[in-house]
Design a protein around this ligand. Structure first.
Ligand SMILES: Nc1nc2c(ncn2[C@@H]2O[C@H](COP(=O)(O)OP(=O)(O)OP(=O)(O)O)[C@@H](O)[C@H]2O)c(=O)[nH]1
Length: 311
């Protein structure tokens, strides 16, 4: 039986992992495998994805639309050789991916027969200014979408959803637009119950990939001080397109916290227990090329580290 593929795309911090988590939590017994691509060297997303009944495969330190395209196809082949096979495969792209290049690779005749691309979902922050839809990366993500999910409607003003729908229509995107509060999208919409083989898609000619963002990782084997971290993020935030991390704090020792900076909004929430052998603090920073240096990040972040007194 062919295994339908759902491709989830959308800009940095739009809410893709949140949608994938919601889908996996509502899998109703379906065996779903997830492939998660983080552009940074540390795949934070793979750790934040809970409950893929058929496992999470993490592809990091590059983009599955370009440098990791071979890894994506090899991962798909490995998943298809599993016994039993997964019933569905979800691929979450990184926020900087041009999904047209991924769609083109998925049109490979063998992949199309065995793992047909059923649905492309683009997650879009409802608070995004409509003018941002002129951005080439956002346009590339919208253009291939069958469904556009508007996230963060709870944070945006009342008319935001309407304005965004109009802006999407103005781009002549033929997609269905749905609301996705905290990632909620009916799974029947994402995995339609049919055994038809989807028709091949025409993603257009390959364009040279434009390197626009870079990712800088910072790790520490010591816990962080929360007030100092707040100061550090205050200094770094104006230069960042996205940041996310997992770390222990001095204030709550032994407990891992999840830090997110997306759309200029920073949040901190309790996380799962850390895996064995990982650094106590791992943070990925994403910025436009040339805006931030590793030395600047190291200098600012080292001030958050607290040397524990074991005497
Ligand atoms: N209030 C609110 N927050 C949301 C919603 N959807 C996502 N978020 C938050 O937005 C932040 C980014 O969400 P993610 O799901 O990690 O976004 P992403 O698109 O996977 O991010 P990258 O892959 O790193 O680019 C997290 O702090 C989420 O909790 C929503 O509908 N409402």
């Amino acid at each position: 039986m062919p295994v339908p593929v759902l491709l989830v795309t959308g800009f940095l911090g739009a809410g893709k992992t949140t949608v994938v988590n919601h889908l996996l939590a509502n899998a109703d017994g379906r065996r779903i495998a997830a492939i998660v691509n983080d552009f940074g060297a540390i795949n934070i997303d793979a750790e934040l994805i809970a409950g893929a009944s058929d496992g999470v495969v993490s592809l990091s330190n590059g983009c599955i639309c370009c440098s990791l395209e071979g890894d994506l196809l090899r991962t798909l082949s490995t998943l298809l050789r599993r016994d039993p096979r997964p019933e569905y495969i979800v691929i979450e792209t990184s926020g900087v991916a041009n999904p047209a290049d991924i769609v083109r690779n998925l049109m490979d005749p063998v992949i199309l027969r065995e793992a047909p691309l059923e649905t492309v979902l683009c997650v879009m922050d409802a608070g995004t200014p409509p003018s941002a839809l002129d951005d080439a990366l956002m346009r590339s993500q919208l253009r291939v979408a069958d469904i556009v999910a508007l996230s963060k409607l709870d944070l945006a003003d009342e008319g935001a959803g309407l304005r965004m729908r109009e802006a999407i229509r103005a781009q002549r995107v033929p997609a269905v637009v749905v609301d996705a509060k905290h990632g909620e999208i009916p799974s029947a919409l994402l995995f339609p119950a049919s055994d038809r083989t989807p028709a091949p898609r025409e993603p257009g000619p390959k364009r040279p990939s434009e390197e626009r963002f870079e990712t800088l990782s910072w790790t520490s084997d010591r816990p962080l001080s929360l007030p100092r971290l707040q100061q550090a993020i205050g200094k770094l935030a104006p230069k960042l397109a996205r940041a996310k991390g997992l770390f222990e704090t001095v204030e709550q020792p032994g407990r891992q916290m999840v830090f997110q900076l997306a759309g200029g909004r920073a949040t901190l929430a309790p996380g799962e227990a850390p895996a064995q052998g990982v650094p106590r603090a791992r943070i990925v920073f994403i910025a436009e090329l040339g805006v931030l240096t590793k030395a600047e990040i190291d200098g600012i972040m080292e001030a958050c580290v607290v040397v524990e007194d074991h005497s």
